[in-house]
Every structure is written in structure tokens, then in C-alpha cells.
Design a protein around this ligand. Structure first.
Ligand code: HEC
Ligand code: HEC
Length: 148
């Protein structure tokens, strides 16, 4: 009895090993099977874009992409560099877009008098851009509500 349980366990393990290696063989990244290191010269992540006009959005709920450099812009408990230009108090002087009303809504939908803690860490949603060739071709089309 004991022996057959053991044989069973061994067989199951072999089966698992076999199926996982088969499964692993089928998984292929979108990038293909090229080594990342071989491609790394294309992914120049450090090359910041030059400051430019706002980048068209792809869908209405999209957090707009950051169209300028943000190197050295600190965001911590005491200081938020982004707000020195994008807050309602400063946007006129800096010529930046002011943060929208949605950024003043609390977790339960209540209206707040200052930016919601949920929106404080800007780069959680808004991403800076780089001059890198895309590693994978992208066929995404923007929604019709934005582009006809
Ligand atoms: C020195 C001022 C300044 C600082 C600091 C700054 N920005 Fe900006 N930002 C601008 C200006 C100016 C624009 C462009 C406005 C225009 O051309 O309509 C802009 C545009 C943007 C936009 C595009 C808005 C849109 O409608 O497409 C986003 C998103 C943005 N900034 C996010 C950030 C974030 C996040 C930070 C902090 C990491 C930051 N900015 C820091 C001045 C600033
Ligand atoms: C949780 C995600 C999130 C965070 C964090 C966040 N945003 Fe946004 N932001 C959005 C989304 C989504 C939009 C587009 C819809 C809207 O206006 O709410 C947006 C819109 C904007 C716009 C364009 C407003 C307009 O009228 O077109 C600016 C500028 C902006 N955000 C700046 C900031 C700054 C600066 C911070 C940090 C202080 C920040 N955001 C934090 C998600 C976020």
C-alpha cells in the first residue's frame, strides 16, 4: 500500500515536471526570443524627451503623459515639485495645466479642499516619456471620442 502511494507520488512529480517544461516551451514574450541584453541599445530609457506640447490622449480617462523632463523633480511627504507649477495656486504663473477637479476627490467620493492623498504621488499615474524605439510594434488605435 505504502509503496504504491510512493510510486504514485513519484509519477505525479514526473508528470508535473514534464508538463511544466512543456508549458514553459510554449510561453513566448511579445519581444520574441531575443535576449534583452542584445536589444538594450534600442531601449535607451535614460534619454529624456525634450519639452514639448501636450501629447494627445488615447482614451478619455487616460492620465495625460508628461510632455516635459522631470529629472530631479522631488515628490515626498513635505514637498511636491509638480504642484509648484500644476496646483491651482501656481498654474497661472507657470503656464502649466492645472490639476483637474477629480484630483480633489477623496477615496469615498467626498470633495476635498486640497489635493487628495490618492493623487499626491503624480508619477504613479502620469508617466514621463523617453526617446526610445518601441521594442514591440503597437497597433493600438485611440478611441473615436478623441480622434475621428
Ligand atoms: C516648472 C513647471 C513645471 C513643473 C515643475 C512640472 N510641470 Fe508638468 N507641465 C508644465 C507645463 C508648462 C506644461 C505644458 C502646458 C501646455 O503646454 O499646455 C506641463 C504639462 C504637463 C502634463 C500634460 C498635461 C496635458 O493636458 O496633457 C502633465 C501630465 C504634467 N505636466 C505632469 C507633471 C508632473 C507629474 C510633474 C512632476 C513630476 C510636473 N508636471 C512638473 C510645467 C511644469
Ligand atoms: C491615481 C492617478 C493619478 C494621480 C496620482 C495623479 N493624476 Fe493627474 N490625472 C489622472 C487622470 C486619470 C487624469 C485625466 C482625467 C482627469 O482630468 O481627471 C489626470 C489629469 C491631469 C492633468 C490634466 C488636467 C486637465 O484639465 O486636462 C494634469 C495637469 C494632472 N493630472 C496633473 C497631476 C499632478 C501634478 C499630479 C500630482 C500632484 C497628479 N496629476 C496625480 C490621474 C492621476
Amino acid at each position: 500500500m505504502k509503496k504504491s502511494i510512493r510510486t504514485g507520488t513519484v509519477l505525479t512529480l514526473i508528470g508535473l515536471l514534464l508538463s511544466s517544461s512543456l508549458y514553459a516551451a510554449e510561453v513566448k514574450s511579445l519581444r520574441g526570443d531575443k535576449d534583452i541584453a542584445a536589444e538594450s541599445d534600442r531601449a535607451v530609457v535614460k534619454k529624456n524627451i525634450r519639452d514639448r506640447d501636450p501629447i494627445p490622449r488615447n482614451y478619455v480617462q487616460q492620465p495625460p503623459l508628461i510632455p516635459h523632463k522631470i529629472k530631479g523633480y522631488k515628490i515626498n511627504l513635505k514637498f511636491n515639485k509638480c504642484l509648484t507649477c500644476h496646483s491651482w495656486a501656481n498654474y497661472k504663473q507657470s503656464g502649466a495645466t492645472k490639476i483637474s477637479l477629480t484630483h480633489f476627490k477623496g477615496r469615498d467620493g467626498q470633495d476635498l479642499s486640497n489635493i487628495s492623498p490618492r493623487r499626491y504621488f503624480c508619477t504613479q499615474c502620469h508617466v514621463r516619456q523617453t526617446e526610445a524605439t518601441p521594442l514591440v510594434e503597437n497597433e493600438f488605435h485611440a478611441v473615436k471620442a478623441i480622434h475621428r
